[in-house]
Design a protein. Structure first.
Length: 209
């Protein structure tokens, strides 16, 4: 019986549940990803005092930028393996970017041991993406079109190497394991831990799903 419990814990995070980074494109929503944090940018402070960080994350298929607001950005570190849910894609300054929508979660599930590749880097600037995003928004406004956007996917190869942090397989475990954290983006638009929720400024590319 105990062996069965262990198997259940490992299978809780089967990779079949997660979107691959290389398959991302504008207009996707309600995604779940498992990835490793490679780099955390300096915080940009909005006029309302909120901190926004651009975080480069990757899985074995590629890398992409994730926009992280306020408290979660202060707790994450390079090498953290995270699970993010209720994620949607948007185009910000011609760059494909991930955002965590209402009801979404960012959970730390391990450290270092995850095979990753930095190519393709899905957030490389691409002027064509702005037109794709505008088309998707127009289709949604008119009540037509595919919610996931056009089938064309854009990607570039910047020649960066693939790698593996830690030299092992992906860590499996509960988001509440020792040293972990679990942040939720609540339905009222706040994003913080359960004991210290904070309200964030409205952003046209954030929480609009």
């Amino acid at each position: 019986r105990s062996k069965g419990i262990i198997i259940l814990l490992i299978n809780k995070y089967t990779m079949a549940e997660f979107m691959s980074v290389r398959n991302l494109k504008p207009g996707l929503k309600d995604l779940q990803l498992m990835c490793i944090i490679l780099d955390i940018g300096r915080p940009n402070v909005t006029k309302d005092g909120h901190e926004v960080r651009t975080v480069k994350v990757a899985d074995k298929t590629g890398a992409v930028n994730l926009s992280v607001w306020d408290d979660p950005g202060k707790l994450i570190n390079s090498g953290d393996i995270i699970r993010i849910s209720k994620v949607y894609t948007n185009v910000w300054k011609n760059c494909l970017t991930l955002y965590i929508g209402k009801g979404g979660e960012l959970s730390k599930v391990g450290e270092f041991c995850l095979v990753f590749s930095e190519t393709p880097f899905m957030s490389d600037p691409n002027p064509e993406l702005a037109a794709v995003q505008a088309q998707i928004q127009a289709e949604r406004s008119s009540g037509g079109g595919n919610a996931s956007g056009p089938g064309k996917m854009y990607s570039t190869n910047n020649g960066s190497p693939s790698g593996k942090m830690g030299g092992g397989n992906m860590n499996s475990g509960s988001p509440n394991q020792s040293g972990g954290f679990d942040f939720r983006n609540r339905s009222n638009g706040s994003f913080g831990n359960s004991s210290h929720p904070k309200n964030n400024a409205n952003n046209p590319n954030r929480n609009n799903r």
